[in-house]
Design a protein. Structure first.
Length: 142
């Protein structure tokens, strides 16, 4: 098991054991487990990630394909956008979501708010400047 897969597995186990709460780098941050199918393999994957809740709609959250500031988009982003749907575990609840990628001013506004709340996202944007724009996905309960 790779170091990343091992870290994800530990985070997922801690999330499930503590009703959606984890410590370490995610302590106090809103976290979801995003389930998605491989666009080529059809295999199911689960990735823990921070999210930003919508201002007024409790059935909408935003996730960020930052990949820690890497120059490429994460596989989960490609899988979710290819299929347009997935599911999430949020706290103790699991539900289906549709996926919509934000663009333009809407994307910029949502990303800026996440970067304001969690400064690591501002660092990721600086690291990817001129290489890629970090995608923002809206996940809406179906």
């Amino acid at each position: 098991m790779s170091e990343t897969a091992n870290w994800n597995a530990k985070t997922i186990a801690e999330f499930r054991a503590n009703e959606g709460r984890v410590g370490g780098v995610f302590e106090g941050a809103p976290l979801v487990l995003v389930h998605h199918r491989g666009r080529r393999s059809g295999r199911e994957y689960v990735n823990p990630m921070m999210y930003l809740p919508h201002d007024t709609e409790p059935d909408i959250i935003y996730v960020f394909a930052s990949k820690g500031g890497a120059p490429t988009n994460p596989d989960w982003y490609r899988n979710l956008t290819a299929i347009g749907a997935g599911s999430i575990e949020r706290g103790t609840e699991t539900y289906q979501v549709t996926v919509r990628e934000l663009t333009g001013a809407e994307r910029d506004r949502v990303y800026a708010e996440q970067a304001r709340r969690y400064h690591g996202f501002a660092d990721y944007a600086r690291q990817t400047a001129g290489v890629r724009t970090i995608p923002v996905l809206e996940l809406r309960r179906t």
